[in-house]
Design a protein around this ligand. Sequence first.
Ligand SMILES: Cc1cc2nc3c(=O)[nH]c(=O)nc-3n(C[C@H](O)[C@H](O)[C@H](O)COP(=O)(O)OP(=O)(O)OC[C@H]3O[C@@H](n4cnc5c(N)ncnc54)[C@H](O)[C@@H]3O)c2cc1C
Length: 385
Amino acid sequence: MDFSWSNEEEDFRNTVIKFLKENWDPSKSDLLEGADDNSFEDMREFRHKLAEQGWLIMSWPKEYGGKNASYMQQMIFKEESASYGAPTAGGAEDILAPALMVHGTEEQKNNHLPPIAKAEVLWAQGYSEPGAGSDLASLATRAKKEGDFFIINGQKIWSSNAHRSDWMHVLVRTDPDAPKHRGISYIMLDLKTPGINVRAIEQMHARGGFNEVFFEDVKIPVANLIGEENRGWYIAMTALDFERSGVHLVIGVKRKIDEILKYINEEKTNQKFSLVKKITNSIIELEIARLLSYRITSMQSKGLVPNYESSLAKTFGTELIQKHARRVINLLGLYGGLAKNSKHAPMNGIFCHEYVAMVGQTIQGGTSEIQRNIMATRGLGLPRS
Ligand SMILES: Cc1cc2nc3c(=O)[nH]c(=O)nc-3n(C[C@H](O)[C@H](O)[C@H](O)COP(=O)(O)OP(=O)(O)OC[C@H]3O[C@@H](n4cnc5c(N)ncnc54)[C@H](O)[C@@H]3O)c2cc1C
């Protein structure tokens, strides 16, 4: 592995750092998980600025207005954004758009790609259901074709930001008699369509990040189908294949390590040695997590498709996020459990917030157990059962 950056990459890094300093206030960063309406608006405004720079869609091919940016450039951008606490991309531009580019009609591309690129339209992702999470192909939301429309009935769950979104891309069952992966279609729907009811789910650290979305006789034009009917599973997997290195996850930990070190240095000078010792494992593990992420980018740059390597990086990185929050809470003693805005909470309770907010990290995008199954079977060659 070559750890040095080219001059061009260093220049790009400096441009990104300058932009972040001018356009993002890092004190807002800790509000992003389960963002309230104000911090969500800050994030939205920042995404508009990213769109103006063309950075929201830097990975897109030039023919769709992107920059065809190299994997290294994308990683540098995410690394710097995360280390400055700025929101990184991960919306429809990363998930839906690649599927549209490959499988969408010209009309769908013309209608949907430009507003995604300009961050004008917010999309929610409607995959999970109460009975279909890890085993997503068991999904049961039914779409029945009647003339030029699909009539949709069923329920989605854990739909992040659906209550703020304009559109949703959903996986629905169009052929209940086919083998489960082969009876699924991928459809875009306007969330204002009659019959759709979005209900917020309250979380322990925030209100209204997650939602349940109910569909009752919702009439969606057949023209909103992406690709072939009953091939939706494979199309959605194209979208998920667009996975990135995940470096932004672990660099977020670096910020959190810097913050606790600053606190110890400024406020706890007498116990410096014993306190720093309690988080040295986070410092070591951060470097391991960073290298696991770099490995993925390095593979992608060589045209290889990371497989169990992504599972390894995701599991190690997300578990580190949680471990670090736990280590700091323990280090702070009873004060560690004080919530945000409490008068006596060290560092305004950000670690207490982090401790509860980060639970979902080892669940979303494939749970740690599922990632371990992948590492066992594809990485170690162990049998499936
Ligand atoms: C922060 C966050 C954001 C999310 N955003 C969205 C979104 O926008 N849209 C969307 O559609 N979904 C979203 N999800 C849902 C997410 O995709 C699911 O939570 C995830 O796929 C797990 O499914 P589940 O919750 O139904 O758990 P289940 O699949 O029911 O799993 C329950 C437990 O069983 C374990 N388990 C299941 N199968 C196996 C197995 N084969 N081997 C070993 N252990 C197993 C799991 O690891 C887990 O511990 C989000 C989730 C989170 C946490």
